[in-house]
Design a protein around this ligand. Structure first.
Ligand code: GLN
Length: 243
C-alpha cells in the first residue's frame, strides 16, 4: 500500500502548527509499515488531484486566504472529483472556509470556495479564541471527544445537506450559536480545531487514514492498533480540564 497526501499551500496556509497534522498522518502510517508520500502544492504547482488519497489544507489569515483562493478555484474541480471519488481530506479553519461555498471577510471581497462542504462563512464581529471540546457525530469516531484550539472570526453556517463533525461542549465551534463544530462530507472533514488537531485526537487521524487507504484498497478491514496511551492521556486531560 502507498498513501499519497497532497498538502495544499503550506507556505501560506499553515498557522497555529497545522502542519503537525500532516506529520501525524505520516507517522501513524509509517508506524504501520504503510508507505506514504507528501507533495506540497503551492499556487505555482500543477495538481493531478486524482493521484492523491488525502488532501490537507491548513489555516491562514484573511490575506493569505485571498492569495490562494484564485488558484484554489482552478484546482477545485479536480479536488472535488477526487473527494467525490473517495479521497479523504482535512481542512482546518481558513482551509475549511475555502472548502465551503464562500468566505465573506469583514473588509474585502467575497472569496469563492470550492463547495466540498455545503456551508458558507461570514466574518463575525469578534474573534473566537480558546480551547474547544466537542463530541463527534460522524460514524466511526466512537463519541470520543475532539479537543483543540480555535482562533477565527469567521462564522460558518451549515447548509441543508451538511453534516456537522461534532457538537460543541466547550468553546464556540462553527459560529458560537448552533453548537455545531466542523463539517463532514464523505471522507472529507472540515474543522476549526487547530492545535495541531490530530496528535491529540488519534481516533480522528486513523479515521482519515483508513478512509484514505480504502479509496484504493476497498477490502482493507482496518488499521493495526497503535499504543496511543500518551495521546489518549492528553485527550482525556484536555477534555476533562475543559469540563
Ligand atoms: N481568516 C479566517 C478567520 O479569521 C481563518 C483564520 C484561521 O485560519 N485561523 O476566520
Amino acid at each position: 500500500m502507498h498513501l499519497r497526501i497532497a498538502h495544499l499551500y503550506p507556505r501560506r496556509m499553515s498557522i497555529y502548527g497545522d502542519r503537525g497534522n500532516v506529520t501525524t498522518l505520516v507517522r501513524r502510517a509509517r508506524w504501520r509499515d504503510i508507505a506514504v508520500s507528501v507533495d506540497e502544492v503551492e499556487r505555482e504547482d500543477a495538481l493531478e488531484a486524482k493521484r492523491y488519497d488525502l488532501f490537507f489544507f491548513g489555516g491562514g489569515q484573511d490575506q493569505e486566504q485571498d492569495t490562494v483562493a484564485r488558484d484554489l478555484a482552478k484546482k477545485g474541480p479536480g479536488i472535488r472529483e477526487a473527494i467525490r471519488g473517495g479521497a479523504a481530506a482535512l481542512a482546518v479553519c481558513g482551509g475549511y472556509q475555502l472548502f465551503g461555498r464562500y468566505y465573506q471577510p469583514a473588509e474585502a471581497d467575497r472569496l469563492a470556495g470550492i463547495g466540498i462542504f455545503d456551508a458558507h462563512t461570514e466574518a463575525g464581529p469578534r474573534r473566537f479564541i480558546g480551547n474547544v471540546t466537542a463530541t463527534p457525530e460522524a460514524d466511526g469516531l466512537g463519541g470520543i471527544p475532539l479537543v483543540g484550539f480555535e482562533n477565527h472570526s469567521g462564522l460558518t453556517f451549515l447548509g441543508g445537506t451538511a453534516r456537522p463533525l461534532a457538537v460543541v461542549r466547550t468553546g464556540h465551534g462553527n459560529n458560537g450559536h448552533d453548537k455545531t463544530e466542523g463539517c463532514v462530507a464523505g471522507s472529507a472533514v472540515g474543522t476549526y480545531l487547530h492545535g495541531s488537531l490530530l496528535p491529540k485526537n488519534p481516533h480522528l487521524a486513523d479515521w482519515l487514514l483508513l478512509r484514505a487507504l480504502r479509496r484504493r484498497h476497498t477490502d482493507l478491514p482496518g488499521l493495526r492498533p497503535l499504543d496511543d496511551a500518551l495521546e489518549q492521556d492528553v485527550n482525556e486531560s484536555l477534555a476533562g480540564r475543559a469540563a
